[in-house]
Ligand binder design. Sequence first.
Ligand code: SF4
Length: 213
Amino acid sequence: MENAEVMKHNAIIGKRAVEALRKHGFPAEYYETAAEAREVLLSLIEDGSSVGFGGSVTIAQMDIQDELKTRNCTIYDHGKGKTPEEKLEFRHKEQDADYFLTGSNAVTLNGELYNVDATGNRVSAMVFGPKHVIVVAGVNKIVKDIEAAEKRVEEVAAPANALRLNRETPCFHTGTCADCMSPQRLCNVAVIMKRRPPATDMRIMIIGETMGY
Ligand code: SF4
């Protein structure tokens, strides 16, 4: 648990982000803790739904897959333990799920989402495809503007993902971006969501804790 001043600061920043997102048509809410957000997230998903996972560390930290399975939900997750062919198949299924759950590389105080992908399946599903898209982001993802969001990805999110995924990229070794030409490059597609895409039912949950990276 963070100290009282940090929690107050998180709430100020988190609520500012929520307000800015709402002005841009994104339904958004602030939750003080991940536990609180987890209960709401689970309550949104009907029994028997198909649920796609975009490979988010934040969503993995919420530890919801086992509970969804007990409720007869079908899980589409291209994560660990799958062959390249299976990963591709699951990535396609995630695009058509009832619910798609993902984090965000950055959320700006101007009310935008900024995300960078290697394959593009996650950002694609965030924009159009699944019936419902739920984005969960800790306050550590909140930045001032798109310039700061790009910097955040180059200096934090992508290097940390290179370490997690064991990618032999320059940032794996140096911790910062070299705008590489590596075949294992993680940063091939960048998407700025400036307003909610009108055909996509989205919900953004901002949490007053550090989640993912
Ligand atoms: S472009 Fe390459 S070096 Fe830069 S963050 Fe992405 S993977 Fe790392």
